[in-house]
Structures are given as C-alpha cells and as structure tokens.
Design a protein around this ligand. Structure first.
Ligand code: BGC
Length: 884
C-alpha cells in the first residue's frame, strides 16, 4: 500500500471529548511513498460503535481534494455520545488507502438546557474570606459502571478530585473568558475512578474572576462569589443512568490554601490540611452546607481553547549568594509556571519563596519591575519527614527565586521549575549557522510559552498579564509558525467578539477588565481583523472567519464613524508606535504621527474585510469595502504623501507601513524604500521602530530590494537590536530594546518586562524570508506552498527550518558549500509548491542523482534574473547548484 491516512483530528484535536459543535470538522494527513500525491477522493464513516454497525454518517466516495475542515454532514449528533470515525482516500496516482485507524470524538452536553445541576457557593458571611473553599459530596453506585463523565465549571478557578485523585491534567480551568457572556465547562472521563462508594472534592480559587486583576488593585471584576456547577453522568452496564449534581446537599469548608492569587502567589498552611477530604468516610460534620446560587447557565459553552497543562520541568543551574547576602536559585531560563519544592523542618517552620526575572547590576535579587505583583509562595510546614509542595491557582514569571525562608540545607535537587502553558503542538523549527540567532529563536519560543497561558498576554509577571490586543496582533504570525494556535485563538477571538462595544469599538485588552473608555486604539483594535485573517491563512479556517466577520466589519465601521472625515482616522487616543525609539524624551509613544498610523491601519483592516468578504462569497461587500479602501488610500496620499514620494512622517515606521500595507503608488515605492534604507544605514544599521513598525521592517526591506540591510538589522548586536538582549544574557524577548542598558542599569523601574513577546515578531520573517517557507493566500493553510528563501548565503552557511502544516511537514534546509548551494525540500502529500532557488542557474541545477533539473521540467522551469523558478508536488527533493 503506497498511501496511508494518518493523524486524524476532529476540531483540531485528537480524540476530543466534550465538544458541542453541531457539525464538527475532520482533518487527516496522507503519507505516500510516491511524489506528487494529491487526494482525489475521500470516504469517511462515522458510527456510534467501534464496529461501525450504528452508522450516523457515511459520506460514500466524495470526489474532492479536501482533507482538512471536512464538515460532519450526518444525522443530528446526540449529547454525551462518543462517535467513532475512519477515513479512506484515493489519490492521483491510482492508489487507494486502507481505512485509517479508528479515531473518535465525543459530544458534551450540546445544549444548556441539559444542565440540571444547581450553582452552589459559600455562605454570605464567607464571601470575602481569602482562604480557598473545599467542596465535597459522597455518593454510592449500585451497579457495574460502563461510563462516567463529569461536566463542570465555576466562577473562579477549580480543581476537581474524585476518590483522592486529581481529575485530568488541565490547569486554570475553566479558563479565562469574558465570563459575563461566556464561561467554558470541561468534560472529564472518570469511568476508571468510580467505586461503589465515592467522594467528589472540588477546590475553588479566585483566579481572574474574583481575584486581583487589572490595575489599581481591582478585584471582584466579574463577581464577588466563587461558585461551582457540577454534573456527573454515570451510565451503568444495564443501560440505566445516575446523575450526580451540585446542590445544597454538598458541604464546604476552608482548608490549607490561605490565599491564592494570579499575581500574588499562594500562602499555604500544611497544618490545616483536610486529610482525606476527597475520600469516602471523611467526617465532614463540622463543614457548612453549600448554598444554592442563583446564577445564569445560558452562557455556558464547551471548552474551546487549548488546555493549560504542565509542559516541562526545569532543573536549577546555580545557587547564588548575592552581594546583599540573599539566597537565590537560578533556573537558567525565564519561565512561567511555578516551583515544586521539597522541604524538611519542624512544624510551623516556613518556606518563603519570591520570584524574579533578573538580578540587578550588582547581582542582587530584583523585583521592582513586578510592580504590585507579589509572586510569593509561603508554605508553613507540618513537620513531616519531607514535604513537597506545588501551588494551585497562581503562576509566576521568573528565572530566579529568592529563598527568604527555608529550613535546613539548600539542595538544588529539591527545587524544580514546572513550566505551564496552553498545550499547543509545536509546529515551527528554525536553526541556522549563527548561534545568536538560534538563541533568538529559543527566546521567541519561550516568549510564546510564557505568554500563551489560556489567553495571549503582554507579560506573565507584573500586575498586568492581560490580553493586550496590540501585542497579540503584532505577534500572531510568528505564534502560528511556532505552534498550532487555532483552538487557542478561536477562543480568544470569540471573547474579542463578545467584548466588542455596541459601536464596534475594541477594548485594549481581551477579555476586557479595564475601564469603560479603554478601547479602540489603532493597531490594538485591529486585532479584530488581523487575527481571524491570520488564522485563516495558516489553517484555512473559514468557519472562524465567518464567525468573526460581523465583528471585523463592525471594527472598520467604528473607525469610519470617527471624526468628520470618513476616510481618515485623526481623532481619539492611540498608543501609536508604542515604545518606538524615536519617541520624545519621557514618552512611550514613537515619533510617527498617530493619525498616520491610525489611517494606515484603517486601510489595512478595510482591505482584510474586503478579502474576507471575497472568501465568504459576499459579493456586494467586496465591492463596498474595495471602494472604501480606495477612498482611504486616496485620502492617506493627500494627507501624508507628496506626489514625488516623500512622506509627511520621516520615521522608519511610517516608511514601513506605507510599503507593507500597499498604501502608495507603485511608482514612488522605490524612493520610499530607499529612504527607509538610508535612514537605517545612517543609523549604522539600527532600528528605531516600536510595536507597530518592528514586525514589518525586515519584510519591507527584503521585498523592496534591501534584503542585506534586513539581514544586517537582524545580525546587529549593539543596542538597539534583536541580538543586543542576547549579549546581555536574555532567555526571553524583552519589552524594551534596552530593558537592561549597556551599563547594566534598567530602562525603568515600573514598566520593564523581560518576557514580552511583541518584538519576537521577527520570527515570522525568519521562517518566511530566511528559510523561505510561505503559505499562498490564494490556497491557504499551505495547500499551495511558496518556497522562496532570499539569498542570505553570505551571512549563514546553513538554515534548517520546518513547519508542521495541517497537511503534514514542510521542510526547507539549505547549505552553502564551497562553490555551490544545496537544498533539501519536503512538501506534504495533498499539497503542491512553487520553488524559487536564489542565484540558481538552469544549466547547473541538479538533483541528487546529478541529473539536470531542466531535463525533467523541460519548459516548466524558468530562469529568472536572480534564480530559478519551478513547481513541484509532494515529496522529498534534493537540489544542488553552483554559484560564482
Ligand atoms: C503593556 C503593553 C501594551 C501597552 C499598551 C502595557 O502596559 O504591557 O504591552 O500593549 O500597555 O500600550
């Protein structure tokens, strides 16, 4: 058999349970040992049983090349039901696959009317208790259990236990959403945990819902009550069912978690542990009865995002006594999560751990940049042989920990960094001959790990950790290369839509926890259009595009309604080119005029809405937004561009935007590009761009004939540059180009994050331009691939890069030999690619067997000015050509 169907997924997930999509989408990949494999037909069968007797959808043979986003079209799906599916495909080489392995998906409650459980909470008198409440309930089963599922959500965060075991490996559930409009529930398969006698335990913590989140010590943003909604369905072998629900027969008490807060850490007194509280026969006679809580259920949705999990563990690298005499442990990596530690001591002894990202100039522990976030763990020992601790409802951003109190000897063995983040498949790989660039790639990935914890945040350590839309928009391309972010952004974009203002305005942060007027800055609000469009390009997700379309349009209409010129955006507050280095002394906002940036983004968003309308078949709106776009571009030119191509704003960012967003006439583009290049060269190959210009600057330079300048910017080691922080030992991306200045002092005390992903947006250019892996807008999701590396052979002796697309892996490796260039390219089945090999000449371009490529391609291979272009189908290819 030369083709095989593998990697089956449903709604982007492998064997998901608890999905509430009425017509879930299927994805598969094809493996073939032949070149040029394209799917010509598929057959999918979905059944309620593994033997495929109770079939609910048999597509029969469908002539189609679709192998991603294939929508379920069978009988109406039933709630709480597992469905098995298998796929068979045919290809253009006359092959037919075997049936794939059997995969499954399982529906959740499907409809909120299925919630018969009651919300429960603590007594009125306990609302403001800092300590985390523990809820419990015992129940019995009388018959043999076939299946048991828990459906659960909460106001605040929860941890679920059954018969002494923690259920699932998810953290920070139910996740952070726009809670007043949407709250996720999770599904747990607990079949194996059920006994004849059972005890359920649930701990609640304040989290984002009720804890301190946002500025000025704000708390109780979504409500002042922790609450729990729990529903367990037990299906017996005989077909009967029991349902256990949260109600006022549950009891609660307070235990060892005295405080647990996102920003502030946790205080835990092990002497207050409720030993056996989550097991049967526990004496809960002193516990209080849970109170019913009248809280809506109509806004509950099945889990949409990527689950937060413990992803890896990090061992400390060094124990340091600082000049101040502090006992500090260095984990060698700025990370997000927490520390698991062991301690031995007497009852009442304490472990107090503080977390910091950096040491100061003198080498002392430095926490001023955390502002009010305490990031402190306090553990009171019970005095056992040794005690092991991990916190519950908090996370810290840190590389160093300070042991303010710790009984006994400090042994590094007893400390482990636990890295937590949204669990997304790593899809991008980039390696090259320059170690600093490899370190940069490492730092970009760690910026993503640290800041993709259920929502995309600006930073994970200070009293912020908010879903700043601008930062997210800036980084999303790189994020999509690095990891499969489809589910993660689906959830976040649904929150964006939920929090969008009635007039179309977009809050600065999503989920929105800021004041009412905190909305609609250019380049921040544009996340509403840029993000769904980016997800469409990487994953071909038309459904999300459709779901977001009205929100995208509403954002553009919001802008259109501002000020008295429909085609310019010259009113309101904007963050501008945030942190641009050309800012006036004492300002965070770069020198590019705000109305210039606002109008440029207005045009860009309008273009995206037009393109989305085209994809979604909304013909009239394509026309309407195309007209609007033309008018904005005209007005932009009248206001900001001279006919000869001089821009009103003499900044790098202004020149970058004019080219990147295609806002100026082709005739004057060369001059604008040259001016940009001149500015950079005059600045000795340094950039001055902030959040707005930085993601695009190298793209524009490479595209308009100044690729070498782009490479020199990337390789620049002196401040300001991407590599400067690396010379200072950075292990993540910094908020400021000079978070730590050349003399070792800090940029500022209060706004200086060392884990801020925005400038990591250069990753996108590294993948697309240096390695040369690109999608094609016309056939997104890498259905058609453009392999188009720019000639960087002078600066790198090799690059190895790959991207795991939904179709399979795309790989580009190139290597510079003495007088030749060698390429290895891999294209997954059911896709095709256009390849451009820079500097290649048709007469010296060979394959692995040393046969001239033109002998295969004939007239289908093109010699261009600076390289050779041709098309390939799926498979693995070697190419080699001589260069002068
Ligand atoms: C955040 C940024 C954010 C900005 C708004 C800061 O406090 O950390 O990254 O985009 O505020 O300008």
């Amino acid at each position: 058999m030369s083709i095989k169907v593998c990697n089956l997924k449903c709604e982007y997930k492998k064997n998901p349970i608890g999905i509430d999509t009425k017509n879930p989408r299927f994805f598969w990949q094809i493996e073939s040992d032949k070149l040029n494999c394209l799917q010509t037909a598929y057959h999918i069968i979905v059944s309620r049983d593994m033997n495929f007797n109770d079939i609910v959808w048999d597509s029969s043979k469908v002539y189609s090349d679709e192998s991603i986003h294939v929508e379920y079209k069978g009988k109406e799906l039933q709630p709480r039901t597992r469905y098995y599916y298998k796929v068979k495909v045919w290809d253009n080489n006359q092959n037919q696959s075997e049936w794939s392995n059997i995969s499954f998906f399982e529906t959740g409650l499907l409809d909120n009317s299925a919630w018969i459980a009651e919300w429960i909470t603590v007594d009125e008198s306990h609302i403001n208790v800092e300590s985390c409440p523990y809820f419990r309930k015992e129940f019995k089963t009388s018959k043999k259990v076939r299946n048991a599922r828990v459906y659960i959500t909460s106001c605040g965060l929860y941890e679920l236990y059954l018969n002494g075991k923690r259920c699932g490996d998810y953290y920070f559930t139910p996740g952070w959403t726009s809670y007043k409009k949407r709250v996720q529930y999770q599904t747990y398969d607990v079949t194996e945990l059920i006994n004849e006698e059972n005890a359920i335990g649930v701990i609640l913590g304040p989290g984002w819902y009720k804890g301190n989140i946002g500025f000025g010590g704000q708390r109780n943003f979504y409500g002042d009550r922790l609450a729990l909604l729990f529903q367990m369905h037990i299906e017996y072998q005989d077909g009967t069912e029991d349902i256990i629900t949260s109600d006022n027969t549950w009891k609660y008490s307070f235990g060892p978690i005295l405080l647990s807060e996102i920003y502030h850490g946790e205080r835990y007194d092990a002497n207050l542990e409720l030993i056996g509280w989550d097991k049967v026969h526990y004496n809960d006679s002193t516990w209080e009865c849970a109170k019913l809580y009248n809280y809506p259920k109509n806004h509950i949705i099945a889990h949409e995002g990527a689950f937060v999990r413990k992803i890896e563990e990090i061992k400390p690298v060094e124990f340091i006594i600082t000049p101040k005499g502090e006992r500090v442990i260095d984990f060698g990596q700025n990370m997000v999560g927490w520390v698991r530690f062991k301690a031995t001591g007497n009852k009442g002894d304490k472990v107090i751990i503080k977390h910091a990202e950096v040491l100061d100039k003198e080498g002392n522990f430095y926490t001023t940049n955390l502002r009010s976030a305490k990031q402190t763990i306090e553990y009171i020992l019970k005095g056992e042989d040794y005690e092991v601790f991990e916190p519950h409802f908090t996370f810290q951003g840190f590389r160093y920990i300070l042991l303010e109190e710790y009984p006994g000897e400090i042994n590094l063995e007893n400390f482990t960094g636990i890295v937590l983040h949204s669990d997304m498949e790593e899809t991008g790989y980039f390696e090259c001959s320059n170690d600093y660039i490899n370190k940069l790639q490492h730092n970009i990935k760690w910026g993503q790990k640290g800041n993709f914890l259920d929502v995309p945040t600006d930073c994970p350590q200070r009293d912020e950790r908010l879903g700043w839309a601008g930062d997210c928009q800036v980084f999303i391309n790189t994020a999509c290369f690095n990891m499969n972010t489809a589910s993660f952004f689906t959830k976040w974009l649904h929150d964006l839509k939920a929090d969008q203002l009635a007039n179309g305005g977009i809050p600065y942060v999503i989920p929105n926890v800021l004041e009412e007027r905190a909305h609609s800055s250019a380049a921040w609000g544009d996340a509403a259009t840029i993000c769904p469009w980016t997800i469409y390009l990487y994953y071909g997700d038309k459904r999300l595009l459709e779901e977001q379309y009205e929100s995208m349009k509403a954002w553009v209409e919001y802008i259109r309604n501002q000020g008295d010129n429909e085609y310019l955006w010259n009113t309101g507050f904007h963050y501008g080119d945030w942190l641009g280095l050309d800012a006036k002394e004492g300002s965070y906002i770069g020198a590019t005029p705000k109305d210039y940036i606002a109008t440029a983004f207005y045009a860009y968003s309008t273009k995206i809405v037009r393109d989305a309308a085209l994809i979604l078949g909304k013909v009239n709106e394509v026309r309407e937004y195309n007209k609007l776009l033309n008018n904005i571009v005209n007005e932009f030119n009248k206001e900001f561009v001279t006919p000869n191509g001089r821009l009103a704003a003499p900044t790098q960012t202004a020149h970058v935007l004019a080219l990147m967003f295609d806002l100026v006439d082709d005739k004057i583009k060369p001059r604008i590009a040259k001016t940009l290049n001149d500015m950079i060269v005059e600045n000795d190959y340094h950039l001055t761009t902030g959040f707005v210009g930085t993601p695009y600057i190298c793209h524009v330079l490479s595209e308009y004939g100044y690729h070498e300048t782009a490479v020199k910017l990337l390789l620049q080691e002196s401040y300001p540059s991407w590599l400067y922080p690396i010379t200072k030992g950075a292990t993540t991306i910094w908020e400021h180009w000079d978070g730590i200045k050349p003399d070792g002092s800090f940029w500022s005390a209060d706004m200086n994050s060392f884990n801020h992903y925005a400038y990591g947006s250069i990753g996108d250019w590294m993948y697309k331009v240096l390695a040369g892996i690109n999608y094609d807008d016309i056939k997104p999701a890498f259905k058609h691939i453009k392999i188009n590396p720019k000639n960087s052979f002078k600066y790198f002796s090799y690059i190895k890069s790959s991207y795991k697309s939904l179709y399979g892996i795309v790989k580009v490796n190139w290597e510079v030999l003495d007088h030749s260039i060698k390429f290895f390219i891999e294209i997954p089945a059911n896709t095709s690619a256009e390849v451009f090999l820079p500097l290649a000449k048709i007469d010296t371009l060979y394959n692995e067997e040393k046969i001239l490529l033109k002998d295969f391609f004939g007239s289908e291979i093109f010699q261009e000015n600076n390289g050779v272009r041709f098309n390939i189908g799926s498979g693995k290819y070697y190419f080699e050509y001589t260069i002068d």
